[in-house]
Design a protein around this ligand. Sequence first.
Ligand SMILES: C[S@@+](CC[C@H](N)C(=O)[O-])C[C@H]1O[C@@H](n2cnc3c(N)ncnc32)[C@H](O)[C@@H]1O
Length: 245
Amino acid sequence: MTANLVTIKCFREFIYRTIIISMNPTSHTQYSHAVRNNYDRLSRIYDLISGGTERNLIRETISTLNIAGTGNYLDIGCGTGTGLVELAKKYPSAKNVVGIDISMGMCKKAVQKITKQKLRPPLFSVCQANGFSLPFRSAKFDLVFMSFTFELIPDDLFQLLCSEVLRVLKLSGVYLTLNINVSKSRNPIFALYKWGHDNYPRLIDCRPVDSCMILKTFGFEIISTQTFNLWGIPVASVSASKDKK
Ligand SMILES: C[S@@+](CC[C@H](N)C(=O)[O-])C[C@H]1O[C@@H](n2cnc3c(N)ncnc32)[C@H](O)[C@@H]1O
């Protein structure tokens, strides 16, 4: 009897996850649930499948930052902690470098990475949290960084994300995104990537987005943009500040 109940519950959960959440992750909770599950699974192999080129782009983007070195810095969707380590190298006198990720699996990997690098709390910390509801006071951060995470956010949730980033940023703060960008490029690798995303969105979950346009729409002013080529896939880093107009 108990075993039957468990089977029915498991079956219901399976249907819920595969059909409702995976096929239609449009609302805040559905998206969060699907992404958390996916990255909890991927966390064990994430550093193996995400290439050195991605790490180089994160390093290069952070190295071009031109903001004071003694502030508070936040990495949303910090993953296994690559951005945190680069922020630590760039800003050794930082007050606070915080990584948040929705996936506990990724948070654990980030903690391992920063511990290996001897980056100790309270200066460096990682916590499981959602970018749509940041557990920080308003106007705390000088920098909010996001690498290869902006392009996971569903269109109808950009406003929510941007309003949270605007809230936690200082007036003079910078929002720096690094993402796969929309492009008219006919590069066959890019075409294959887009085909992969359209057909296997759970496996190839990052989609090209127009980060400049999204940031301008939701309350930011663009400071600068940089474009990169990741094996034929266009990537852009965009730094933006609060639109003061
Ligand atoms: C493609 S990985 C990139 C990880 C890391 N930033 C990097 O560049 O190596 C995307 C990460 O964003 C996290 N993520 C996605 N949506 C999020 C959200 N709403 N709040 C917090 N983390 C989120 C995922 O769990 C995952 O770890």
